[in-house]
Design a protein around this ligand. Structure first.
Ligand code: FAD
Length: 322
């Protein structure tokens, strides 16, 4: 591992703009440093910053500090009561020990689990070294994305939490060198296109300070369903977050977001349009799932994900409307 300096951030303002890399729980970053994928020369530890609170806002929404640990967020009474999809998504991720360390900000910025990204000896990866190629396209890609891919990158976005946050239309608060700003989570993650190494809307030195959740819809149902190779401690092959309001057996509103199949948390406006105002019956739920996967571009090893994701979306919708 390359040597680096270490300092503890003393304030949000002073931490911002630092040329080093922020370290929060360290559960992603330290692994990647040991593997030689990330090689920061300076680490700025933000764990002492006053960003570990969860605040209920006057409008009924929630303001979550970037240093709030995944387990604290999952078990917070307001999250369990109003944002069950978030609690379920968090508790489906990693292991209890990891969730005790992992933070909200770090989870938003976790990197792909693509083996060619994580192993510098495995071949080219445009995300790790721009212009070096995508070894996954011709190599092993069973876990890789089928939505939002490009001929430069097919890496899957790995987070469960971010799928739920997208369904909740979360807003990310950022402190940059020029001041504070907010970015809707739907605009935060970039498609790989020709620049897979540009993953999100952050500028160098930007610090995520909070994540804001709008008030939960009254009478809404929320579900997070995760399908994976083993029942725990495993990333999603396919997952679905559904936030729906059903009245008189018909969808008044619905949001459908998929995980494990997209290069970013994959909101399906197609599925939502297919359901809006429609009866919550089996035929309409399956039709929405068909619409959600219409643009899928599978490769030989991950073609199974198309039908798996359709069934995942259908089942999550069924659970949310039962
Ligand atoms: C074995 C294993 C299994 C896992 N399984 C799952 C799973 O099933 N589902 C899932 O969703 N996740 C899973 N994870 C990933 C886990 O959720 C992440 O490692 C964790 O959320 C990262 O949070 P952290 O605080 O440790 O981030 P760190 O490792 O500290 O940081 C990650 C990145 O975020 C940056 N960063 C952190 N905080 C901020 C901030 N406030 N502002 C700006 N930049 C910041 C850091 O510079 C770094 O680049 C797994 C991880 C491991 C190791």
């Amino acid at each position: 591992m390359q040597s680096f300096t270490y300092e503890k951030a003393v304030s949000v303002e002073k931490a911002t703009g630092n040329a080093g890399k922020f370290i929060a729980g360290g559960t992603t970053l330290v692994d990647l440093m040991k593997m030689g994928v990330e090689e920061p020369t300076a680490l700025v530890d933000i764990s002492g910053l006053p960003l570990a609170q969860i605040e209920v806002l006057p409008n009924g929404g929630l303001l979550i500090g970037a240093m709030v640990r995944n387990s604290d967020l999952a078990h917070h009474p307001a999250v369990m009561a109003q944002y069950a999809v978030l609690s379920e998504a968090l508790l489906s991720g990693a292991s209890p020990q990891l969730r005790n360390m992992a933070t909200t900000g770090g989870n938003l910025l976790q990197r792909t689990r693509c083996p060619y990204f994580r192993d510098p000896s495995a071949g080219g990866c445009n995300k790790r070294i721009p212009g070096s190629g995508c070894s996954a396209i011709e190599g092993h890609h069973r876990m890789m994305a089928i939505l939002g891919t490009s001929d430069k990158c097919i890496a899957t976005h790995p987070s469960d939490m971010c799928v739920a946050l997208t369904a909740l239309e979360a807003v990310i608060h950022i402190q940059g060198v020029k001041g504070t700003r907010t970015v809707a989570i739907g605009d935060f993650y970039k498609l790989p296109g020709d620049t897979p190494h540009v993953e999100n809307a952050l500028e160098p030195g930007d610090l995520i300070t909070h994540v804001e959740l709008p008030p939960a819809a009254k009478g809404g149902k929320q579900v997070y369903l995760k399908l994976r190779d083993r029942a725990s401690y495993e990333f999603a092959l396919s997952s679905a977050a559904v936030v729906a309001v059903v009245e008189g057996g018909h969808f008044k509103s619905v949001r459908v977001v998929m995980g494990g199949v997209g290069t970013r948390p994959w909101r399906s406006h197609e599925a939502e349009a297919a359901l809006k105002g429609k009866a919550a019956n089996a035929a309409n739920l399956r039709a929405a799932a068909e619409a959600a996967l219409k643009g899928a571009k599978p490769l030989p090893e991950n073609g199974f994900k198309v039908e798996l994701a359709k069934r995942c979306v259908t089942r999550a919708l069924k659970m949310a409307t039962a």
